[in-house]
Design a protein around this ligand. Structure first.
Ligand code: GDP
Ligand code: MG
Length: 436
């Protein structure tokens, strides 16, 4: 029943206003595991989580948000920062702008070249695709099919076995035909080999691309880092394209690559269709890596929906020991405003701690609300004046029992005391603002 639910909830109302060593240690361990599971390089994961621990310790916590959730938010912000904070566009200045595509065989270079051509063409630019994979005749056909599909010309010299020469000829052709962007698709090997590295380095030197993009399969996990390192040493590329993110890969490679080679990820590829290309948004990838998108969005939702001024006013009331039934109802209303009560109730000041671990649905609040609504204005503002005869009247008016009214009064009194002592501890004073 309601009373035992509240009882149980109050037991969990032990001040947890600050992120302590203990809950940080456990959570940090969990986060590190989540990162490694998401294919983040172990060393990178350790550095990240050490940083996060230092950041989190002692940070003041909004009373409405549990420390664990705040910690996740800190982690999310840290990962976002590590991956470059904001999206980074490719450089397409130049006449023509030249984009060189490099990477291992099967990483998705040719597919991405088609997508990028499509993407840039849609911005109104005149694009040329160049087939520089001289080792597999099928590679030329593959690019031609994609070119046709997206309506972009494909330059190829099927008889020519000199990639550098083909690339140079293609640039000349682009100039002759007034193309503004040239995308050069190159050959790849199953593993890094010297001949391939030399060839692509020579192509790069010959055509001086505006932008060199390294394409890497996100499913290759830890290997991706080593490949990226080797390519970067030889090519000093400008950006990374992470492919096959439509699979189960959680994208940890993004974080590792970014940390190890310090080059921005610029695009992600999420399928075989020509439309399956996206700019890289560090914050979205951070959510994906954490696999905790729900928690994060809930925290953010709670922050958005919860009226800050009202929260501050209620905090004031608590401090002055004047928290009353009007404030209580106001909190309940805010909870409802936020939608799914089960998900959100754990984030609301006072009520959150009170209701923690309690089975909650909309109905759980009904008797409470009925009781409070049966109080007079004066009674709500001054709970102390509600004596025995008033309780009888309130019970009758709300269709509840005197027992229920008594219980609520008792719980409310306890809650007030608890809130007061919590607020004296200083938790969450201006934390709402701090978290923004
Ligand atoms: P390349 O050897 O680097 O040129 O790689 P390809 O572009 O030929 O791609 C190799 C394979 O991966 C092909 O079967 C593509 O259809 C597939 N592929 C490429 N990008 C993606 C992607 O983002 N998602 C999925 N699921 N498959 C992809
Ligand atoms: Mg290819």
């Amino acid at each position: 029943n309601l009373s035992s639910k509240l009882d149980k909830a109050f037991k969990t109302l032990k001040g947890q206003g600050r992120i302590s060593d203990i809950n940080v240690a456990a959570t940090v361990k969990e986060i590190r595991k989540a990162l490694v599971d998401a294919d983040v390089n172990y060393k990178v994961a350790k550095t990240v989580t050490d940083k996060i621990r230092d950041e989190a310790l002692g940070k003041e916590v909004l009373i409405s948000v549990q420390p664990g959730q705040l910690l996740v938010k800190i982690v999310h912000e840290e990962l976002t920062k590590l991956m470059g904070e904001t999206k980074q566009d490719i450089n397409i200045k130049g006449d023509p702008a030249i984009i060189l595509i490099a990477g291992l065989q099967g990483s998705g270079k040719t597919t991405f070249s088609g997508k990028l051509a499509n993407y840039l063409k849609k911005t109104g630019r005149n694009v040329l695709l160049v087939a520089c994979d001289i080792y597999r005749p099928a590679a030329i056909d593959q690019l031609k099919v994609l070119g046709e599909q997206v309506g972009v010309e494909v330059y190829a010299e099927p008889e020519n076995k000199n990639a550098v020469q083909i690339a140079k000829n293609a640039i000349q052709h682009a100039k002759n035909t007034n193309k503004k962007i040239v995308i050069v698709d190159t050959a790849g090997r199953l593993a890094i080999d010297e001949q391939m590295m030399r060839e692509i380095a020579e192509v790069k030197k010959a055509i001086a691309p505006t932008e060199t993009l390294f394409v890497v399969d996100s499913m290759t996990g830890q290997d991706a880092v080593n490949t990226a390192k080797t390519f970067n040493e030889r090519l000093n590329f400008d950006g990374v394209v992470l492919t096959k993110l439509d699979g189960d890969s959680r994208g940890g490679a993004a974080l590792s690559i970014r940390s190890v080679v310090e080059k921005p990820i610029k695009f992600i590829s999420t399928g075989e269709k020509m439309e399956a290309i996206d700019l890289f948004y560090p914050d979205r990838m951070a959510s994906r890596i954490l696999g905790m998108g729900d928690v994060i969005s809930l925290v953010e939702k709670a922050q958005q929906a919860f009226d800050e001024d009202e929260a501050r006013r209620i905090n004031q009331q608590i401090r002055k020991n004047q928290f009353n039934f009007d404030d209580f109802i106001s909190q309940l209303e805010q909870i409802k405003k936020m939608g799914n009560i089960k998900d959100l109730v754990s984030m609301i000041p006072g009520v959150s701690k009170m209701m923690k671990d309690v089975e909650i649905d909309d109905d759980a609040f009904k008797p409470i609300e009925a009781i409070i609504r049966s109080m007079t204005k004066k009674e709500r503002a001054n709970p102390d004046m509600i004596d025995g005869s008033r309780r009888r009247r309130i019970a009758a008016g709300s269709g509840t029992s005197i027992q229920q009214v008594n219980n609520l009064m008792k719980q409310f009194g306890d809650m007030r005391k608890m809130m007061r002592s919590m607020s004296q501890m200083g938790s969450g004073k201006d934390a709402l603002r701090k978290m923004k």
